[in-house]
Design a protein around this ligand. Structure first.
Ligand SMILES: CC(C)(COP(=O)(O)OP(=O)(O)OC[C@H]1O[C@@H](n2cnc3c(N)ncnc32)[C@H](O)[C@@H]1OP(=O)(O)O)[C@@H](O)C(=O)NCCC(=O)NCCS
Length: 163
């Protein structure tokens, strides 16, 4: 795709050779945080968090001039439940339409994988993330708090929930 600043952006799935570059993106990523799915501030914890996503999530990278500038992940270990969706765009590449494009791709991926729904954790003041998620049909669920969950229903269940 071309982003809103006319840069050529590639979106593709992660491969093992991207590991160092992805780690570097997260080491330099701001904001980090302990809440709302942000990258952990502690280096060791952050690297474990990356390894965990790479081992159990389906990972999509955003590249500019062959450098990783964004990452999205869908927890495909739980397609029959409600997989978690994570998305991070590096500063300097935000607000240029990339998050919107990725969210569209991830919604399709989730549908193709047979997911009934997908959830994200978001800070209630993160208006930009909320705007992007709402565009694709995510809605708030659960209690109103600083950190909130949003859910995207992909396929309505024909059975009544037993939960
Ligand atoms: C949240 C994030 C993934 C969104 O991706 P992005 O590429 O920046 O988003 P896009 O450019 O596709 O869309 C941004 C939208 O917010 C709007 N926007 C821009 N500035 C805004 C502001 N100050 N307030 C509200 N909306 C704003 C844009 O107009 C656009 O909406 P539109 O397409 O309807 O006009 C990205 O900004 C990011 O990684 N942020 C830091 C990490 C993060 O918060 N991750 C999400 C954790 S849940």
């Amino acid at each position: 795709m071309k982003d809103m600043r006319d840069r050529i952006i590639k979106i593709r799935s992660y491969t093992d050779s991207d590991y160092r570059d992805l780690k570097e993106m997260y080491d330099n990523f701001e904001p980090k945080g302990l809440e709302a799915g942000l990258p952990p501030p502690n280096k060791e914890t952050r690297h474990k968090w990356i390894d965990q996503m790479l081992s159990s999530f389906f990972n999509v990278l955003v590249l500019h001039r062959d450098r990783v500038v964004g990452h999205a992940a869908l927890d495909i270990s739980d397609v029959h439940g409600c997989p978690e969706y994570l998305i991070f765009i590096k500063d300097g590449f935000r607000y240029c339409g990339i998050g919107t494009k990725i969210s569209k791709i991830v919604k399709e991926m989730a549908r193709n994988a047979g997911c009934r729904k997908v959830w994200v954790s978001v800070r209630s003041g993160n208006f930009i993330a909320i705007r992007v998620f709402k565009k694709y049909g995510f809605e708030f669920v659960g209690e109103i708090d600083i950190q909130r969950e949003m859910e995207l229903i992909i396929k309505k269940s024909s059975k009544k929930s037993t939960a």
